[in-house]
Design a protein around this ligand. Structure first.
Ligand code: SF4
Ligand code: SF4
Length: 557
C-alpha cells in the first residue's frame, strides 16, 4: 500500500494512505477517544467525541471518518480539541441517568472512563432529564436500559454486519431517540450477546451475569472456549473460585473479537455444577463409593493387568487436552500394548459463516495428532463398540467423554467386564463405570488444545482444585502472600478433589511399573514438541496468548 506522511501531535508518522486518522493514530499508539467507532464495524461518525483539529481545515474533523493525506498535520489534544471534547461529553451526559453505582458496566464503561479523563467533572444542566424504559428484554439473553444508551449504533451495526440479521433499530428523533427491536421481533441471533461487549455503556447487559458481581471483584484468566472446534479466545471471569462469565478475547486468526451465545452461556456451567465428580469412586455392591486416589489407581492398574491386550480398548477424548491425550496414547501403547485406541466424534449441524463449527469438541485434531487413533490392526471407535457387543472387547478405559450418550452405545456397555472413566461431571457413561476418576475441567488445568485450523492454543487454570491448593500451601510463601493469592486470585469458594487426566494416567502407569517423568503439563508438552513433527520448536511460552499454527501438511490425518 502506498504510504503518506502525517504529523500527529508534533510527531511525524508514515501510514497507509487508506487509513482514517483514528486508525493511523491507533496504530501508532496515539489514543483518540471514541464511542461509536469500532475497528470491526463500519464507521458511523455519530458520537463526535473523536473530533480533532486538522491544519488548513476550517472546522474540527471527526477522526473516524477523515482519511489521512500526505502532509496532514493533526492535533488531538490542543485547547480547541479539548474544549470541543468536553462539550460533546457534557452533551452526551445531559440525559444520562448517571446510575454507575447500580450499573453492571461500572468499572469497564467507556463513558465512565472518559467522563473522568476528558470531561469538566460537573454539569450545568438543571432541567429534568428525559426518561426512557429501564428494563427491556430485547432478547432472550440481553436486557436494555434505554436511558443509558448514548445512540452510538454499534449494536445495530453488529447485527447487520457481523451476525447478518437486522434486528435492532433506532426510533423517534432528537433527545427522544430510542433503541428497539422491530415489532414482534427479538434480538435472538446466535451471536446476540456480543452487543453487550461492544456497547460502550451499560445500556445492554448480559441477563445471565447481571448483578452477580462488580468486575473489580473478579479475576480474569486467558483461555479458550471448548464449545466447538473453533476454540474462540476468551477470558474466564471468576469470583470466589466460581466462574461467573466468559467473554471474548481478541484473536484475529481465530475469532476476531466475537464468540457465540452458546459458548458464552453453556460451556462453563458444568465447572460450577452440583453434579461434579468430587473425588475418585469405585463401584462396590452396585454403588459408586468415594475412595482415595491410591485405591482407585491401584484398582484400575490391577484390573487392566487381568485382561489380554486385545481384550482392552482405550478411548481418548476430543474434550481433553493434547497433553492428556498424548500421555494416554503413550500409556496404551507402551504399558497396555493395545492397538485399540480411538476417540468419539461429536458432530452436530453445520459450520456457519461466522464462527460456529459442526464439530462440537475443542480438540479432535489434537487428539488425533498426538496419537489417539487406531494403528494398523487396531479398532476404530465404531469397531470398539461392535467389539463390546460381540464380547471381544471386555475392558474399556476412557478419558473425559460421555460416549455412552452417542447412539447405539449405552445398550452395549452392560456387556463390559470392566469400565474405568475419567469424568468431570456425572453423566450417562459414569452410570456404567466400575471406577470413576475425578478429572479437572478445562478451567482447572494447564494445557493446550488444537483447533480445526491446526492452531495450538493454551488453556490455564482459572479456578483452583484441592490439589492446587495443597501445592500452594506447601510452597514457601509468607503468610501474607498465601492469604493474598488464595483470596485475590481464587477466593474462598468450593474446591474439587480433581486432577488433570494426564497425571492420573501417569500414576496408573507408575503402579504398573512404568515411570513417566512428567511433573507438570509443560513437561508433557515439551515431550510432544520433541516427538511429534509439526509441534517441533514450540513451547508453552511460544504458544503464548494467541496460539501457534501447526503445519497441516506434516500430519496424515
Ligand atoms: S445500546 Fe449501547 S451499543 Fe447500542 S446504540 Fe445504545 S449505547 Fe450504542
Ligand atoms: S463458536 Fe465455538 S468456540 Fe466459539 S464461542 Fe461458540 S462454541 Fe465456543
Amino acid at each position: 500500500m502506498p504510504n503518506v506522511k502525517i504529523t500527529l501531535d508534533g510527531v511525524q508518522y508514515e501510514v497507509d494512505q487508506k487509513k482514517t486518522i483514528i486508525e493511523a493514530a491507533r496504530e501508532n499508539k496515539v489514543h483518540i477517544p471514541h464511542f461509536c467507532w469500532h475497528d470491526k464495524l463500519s464507521a458511523a461518525g455519530n458520537c463526535r467525541v473523536c473530533l480533532v483539529e486538522v491544519e488548513k481545515m476550517p472546522k474540527l474533523a471527526i477522526a473516524c471518518m477523515t482519511q489521512v493525506a500526505d502532509g496532514m498535520v493533526v492535533n488531538t489534544k490542543n485547547e480547541r480539541v479539548i474544549n470541543a471534547r468536553e462539550a460533546v461529553l457534557e452533551f452526551i451526559l445531559i440525559n444520562h441517568p448517571l446510575d454507575c453505582p447500580i450499573c453492571d458496566e461500572a468499572g469497564e464503561c467507556k463513558l465512565q472512563d472518559y467522563a473522568y479523563k476528558y470531561s469538566k467533572g460537573f454539569s450545568r444542566f438543571v432541567e429534568n432529564k428525559v426518561h426512557k424504559p429501564k428494563r427491556v428484554e430485547v432478547g432472550p439473553h440481553v436486557m436494555l436500559d434505554a436511558e443509558r444508551c448514548i445512540m452510538c449504533s454499534r449494536c445495530i451495526r453488529f447485527c447487520d454486519e457481523i451476525a447478518g440479521e437486522h434486528q435492532l433499530q433506532f426510533v423517534q428523533r432528537g433527545d427522544r431517540v430510542e433503541l428497539t427491536t422491530f415489532p414482534g421481533e427479538a434480538l435472538d441471533n446466535q451471536y446476540s450477546m456480543n452487543v453487550v461487549d461492544i456497547c460502550p455503556v451499560g445500556a445492554l447487559t448480559n441477563k445471565d451475569f447481571r448483578f452477580k458481581s462488580r468486575v473489580w471483584e473478579m479475576s480474569f484468566t486467558d483461555s479458550i472456549c471448548h464449545g466447538c472446534a473453533r476454540g474462540c479466545n476468551v477470558e474466564i471471569g471468576v469470583r470466589n473460585n466460581e466462574i461467573l462469565r466468559l467473554h471474548p478475547r481478541k484473536n484475529d486468526d481465530v475469532n476476531s473479537v466475537w464468540m457465540c451465545d452458546h459458548g458464552r452461556l453453556d460451556t462453563w456451567k458444568s465447572v460450577n455444577a452440583e453434579n461434579r465428580i468430587k473425588s475418585p469412586m469405585i463401584r462396590k455392591e452396585g454403588q459408586l463409593v468415594e475412595v482415595g486416589w491410591d485405591e482407585a489407581i491401584a484398582k484400575v492398574a490391577s484390573e487392566l493387568k487381568s485382561f489380554g491386550k486385545n481384550e482392552i480398548a482405550v478411548l481418548g477424548s476430543a474434550f481433553a487436552t493434547n497433553e492428556d491425550n498424548y500421555v494416554f496414547a503413550k500409556f496404551a501403547k507402551e504399558v497396555l500394548g493395545t492397538k485399540n485406541i480411538d476417540f468419539a466424534r461429536h458432530l452436530k449441524g453445520e459450520n456457519d459463516t461466522v464462527l460456529i463449527r459442526a464439530d462440537k469438541t475443542p480438540n479432535a485434531v489434537g487428539a488425533e495428532i498426538v496419537g489417539v487413533h487406531p494403528s494398523e490392526s487396531g479398532l476404530s471407535f465404531e469397531k470398539i463398540i461392535a467389539g463390546i457387543k460381540e464380547g471381544k472387547i471386555k475392558a474399556v478405559y476412557a478419558l473425559e467423554c460421555d460416549f455412552a450418550s452417542l447412539p447405539g452405545v449405552e445398550e452395549v456397555l452392560t456387556k463390559l467386564e470392566f469400565l474405568a472413566v475419567h469424568a468431570t461431571n456425572e453423566n450417562m457413561t459414569t452410570k456404567y463405570a466400575d471406577v470413576v476418576f475425578a478429572a479437572s475441567t478445562y478451567a482447572e488445568k494447564n494445557g493446550t488444545m488444537t483447533n480445526f485450523q491446526y492452531r495450538v492454543q493454551r488453556i490455564r487454570p482459572a479456578v483452583t482444585t484441592l490439589e492446587q491448593d495443597r501445592a500452594l500451601d506447601n510452597f514457601e510463601m509468607s503468610r501474607w502472600d498465601k492469604f493474598a493469592s488464595h483470596n485475590d486470585k481464587w477466593g474462598k469458594g468450593p474446591r474439587r478433589d480433581a486432577r488433570p487426566s494426564w497425571k492420573i494416567v501417569a500414576s496408573i502407569a507408575g503402579v504398573m511399573g512404568t515411570k513417566y517423568k512428567f511433573n507438570n503439563a509443560d513437561d508433557v508438552f515439551n515431550e510432544i514438541c520433541q516427538k511429534i513433527e509439526g509441534f517441533k520448536g514450540l513451547s508453552f511460552l511460544k504458544v503464548g496468548k494467541k496460539g501457534a499454527a501447526l503445519k497441516q501438511t506434516t500430519f496424515a490425518v
